[in-house]
Design a protein around this ligand. Structure first.
Ligand code: 4AD
Ligand code: MG
Length: 430
C-alpha cells in the first residue's frame, strides 16, 4: 500500500493507502470507532466498523492514547461529515508506540506550562497553524526578493563589532578575541550591495534586550534588503511592496490556518497602497494629544506604537527621526541636520514596528565623526569606512522582523508563539 500524506488524500479516493501519524483524538459509538490521526500535513478521520467488540483491531484501538504513533491502512472515501471531507476505512493498523500520559490535553493550560513543553506544544492545532503561516511568510519574502533580482547574501553571525548600539550585544569568545553575535547583517550588506547592486540577507539576529515585552525576542529572524544608489524614498516603496506581497500571499494560501487561529482576515484584506507617512515632528504632538507621555526627542515605547496603529488601518511610515535616538550610520536630512533619513513601519492593530531602516551615510568624514560620537572602536570599522573610500554612493535598506510580521498576520497577542523555540529573557529551555 502506498504511503500518502493527509494533505494529498483527495487525490486517492477509492484507493487503499497507508497513513503514518499520531493519534489526535478518538471516540466510539456503538459498533463504530473513530480515530482522528494527524501526520503533520493534516488531520483525518479513520473509522473502524465491526459488530464484534472483541475483534483484535478494536482492542488495539481501545489501547491507543493521545499522541500514540500508528500506521493506518485502508480505503479513502469522501465523507462530507468528516473533518476535511474525507475519511479512511481502516482495514489494518499497526501501533508503533503507545504514548505515555501526554501532558497537553484538550483542556486549557497556562502559558508557562506550555512553554516548558514547547517541544510537544508544537503539535497542537493552533501552534501548527502559526508555524505554517511563518513558513509561508518566509517563502513569500524569498519569492519577493528573488523575483526582483535581489541576490541572497549570507552575512556572518559571529562579528567583531556592533551594528545597532552596544547595549544589546551578546558577547562571546572567539579564540583569544572577543566577538559578538550579529544584531543585524546590514553593515556587511552595504559591502555586498556595492558588489551586487541589490542584495538581501535573511537569518537569525541576536539582541540582549533586557525588556520583557510581547514584541521582543532575544533571538529573532530578520530579512534585510540593501540597495546601492537607493534613497529613503526607494526604501519606503520597497518596504511597502514587500508588506503587501506578504499580506496577499498569506491571505491566498493560508486561509485555513487563519481560520484555525480564529484570525479575522478583514483587517488584512483592508491593507492597500499607499501607506500613510508622517515625520517624527508631525507625529509626536499628535501622540501627545492622544495622551502619550513621550517628550520630543524620546523614542517610541509600546504605548506610542499602539497609538500610532490607531491612525490608520494600514501600516504607518514614520520618517525623519532625531539623530540622537537612531543608529550611527543614518544619513542626516539635507536641510535639518539634526534629523536622519530613517523610516519605521508601524503595523496596524497594535503590532508595533515591523520594519526599521533608511538611508545610510556615504560621506567618509561624516561617518568617521559619527563613529567617534558613538564611542565605537574605529579599527573594527576600517573595512566599513573603505566602502566610503571606493565608489561611495547613497544607499538604503531596511530590516523586517519575521516574528512580529507573523504575530500580526496571525493576530497573536505575544510574539513567543511565532518561532518554534523562542529565546526569551528568562527562558532558554527547551
Ligand atoms: O529597527 P532595527 O533594530 O533595525 C536594524 O537592525 C537595521 N540594521 C536593519 C536594516 O536597516 N538593515 O530592527 C529591524 C526590525 C524591527 O523593525 C523589528 O521588526 C525587528 O527587526 N526586531 C525585533 N523582533 C523581535 N525581537 C526583537 N528584539 C527585535 N528587535 C528588532
Ligand atoms: Mg528599529
Amino acid at each position: 500500500m502506498k504511503w500518502v500524506y493527509i494533505e494529498e488524500i483527495g487525490n486517492h479516493t477509492g484507493e487503499d493507502v497507508e497513513i503514518r501519524g499520531w493519534v489526535f483524538n478518538k471516540r466510539s459509538s456503538g459498533k463504530v470507532r473513530f480515530l482522528l490521526v494527524r501526520d503533520g500535513t493534516g488531520i483525518i478521520q479513520a473509522t473502524l466498523f465491526n459488530p464484534d467488540k472483541e475483534h483484535p483491531l478494536f482492542r488495539q484501538f481501545d489501547a491507543l492514547t493521545q499522541e500514540s504513533s500508528v500506521i493506518i491502512r485502508g480505503s479513502v472515501r469522501e465523507e462530507k461529515r468528516a473533518p476535511g471531507g474525507y475519511e479512511v476505512g481502516i482495514k489494518d493498523m499497526e501501533t508503533l508506540q503507545i504514548a505515555l500520559d501526554y501532558p497537553i490535553t484538550p483542556k486549557e493550560h497556562s502559558t508557562p506550562f506550555l512553554m516548558e513543553r514547547r517541544h510537544l506544544w508544537l503539535r497542537s492545532r493552533k501552534q501548527h497553524a502559526v508555524l505554517q503561516v511563518r513558513a509561508e511568510v518566509i517563502k513569500a519574502i524569498r519569492d519577493f526578493f528573488d523575483g526582483r533580482g535581489f541576490r541572497l547574501m549570507d552575512t556572518p553571525i559571529l562579528t567583531p563589532s556592533a551594528c545597532e548600539g552596544t547595549t544589546t550585544l551578546f558577547e562571546t569568545q572567539y579564540f583569544d578575541q572577543k566577538a559578538y553575535l550579529s544584531q543585524s547583517g546590514q553593515l556587511y550588506n552595504e559591502a555586498t550591495a556595492a558588489a551586487f547592486g541589490k542584495v538581501y540577507c535573511f537569518g537569525p539576529t541576536f539582541r540582549a534586550e533586557r525588556s520583557k515585552t510581547r514584541r521582543h525576542l532575544i533571538e529573532f529572524w530578520m530579512v534585510e534588503p540593501e540597495v546601492a544608489f537607493a534613497t529613503l524614498e526607494d526604501a519606503i516603496e520597497l518596504g511597502t511592496d514587500l508588506v503587501l506581497f506578504i499580506v496577499e500571499r498569506v491571505l491566498s494560501r493560508r486561509r485555513a490556518d487563519l481560520e484555525d487561529l480564529e484570525r479575522d482576515p478583514k483587517p488584512l484584506e483592508a491593507i492597500s497602497k499607499p501607506f500613510p507617512r508622517l515625520t517624527y515632528d508631525e507625529i509626536v504632538p499628535n501622540l501627545q494629544k492622544k495622551g502619550s507621555a513621550m517628550a520630543y526627542g524620546d523614542d517610541f515605547g509600546a504605548p506610542e506604537e499602539t497609538l500610532v496603529s490607531e491612525i490608520s488601518p494600514n501600516p504607518v511610515c514614520i520618517t525623519h527621526f532625531p539623530a540622537k535616538i537612531k543608529a550611527f550610520y543614518m544619513q542626516p536630512d539635507a536641510t535639518r541636520r539634526d534629523l536622519v533619513l530613517g523610516v519605521d513601519f508601524m503595523a496596524p492593530e497594535s503590532y508595533g514596528e515591523i520594519i526599521g531602516g533608511g538611508q545610510r551615510i556615504h560621506d567618509l568624514s561624516l561617518l568617521e565623526r559619527r563613529l567617534q560620537e558613538h564611542n565605537l572602536p574605529r579599527e573594527a570599522y576600517e573595512w566599513y569606512l573603505d566602502l566610503r573610500r571606493f565608489g561611495a554612493c547613497p544607499h538604503s535598506g531596511f530590516g523586517m522582523g519575521v516574528e512580529r510580521t507573523v504575530a500580526w498576520m496571525c493576530g497573536l497577542k505575544h510574539i513567543r508563539e511565532t518561532i518554534p523555540f523562542p529565546r526569551l529573557l528568562y527562558r532558554i529551555y527547551p
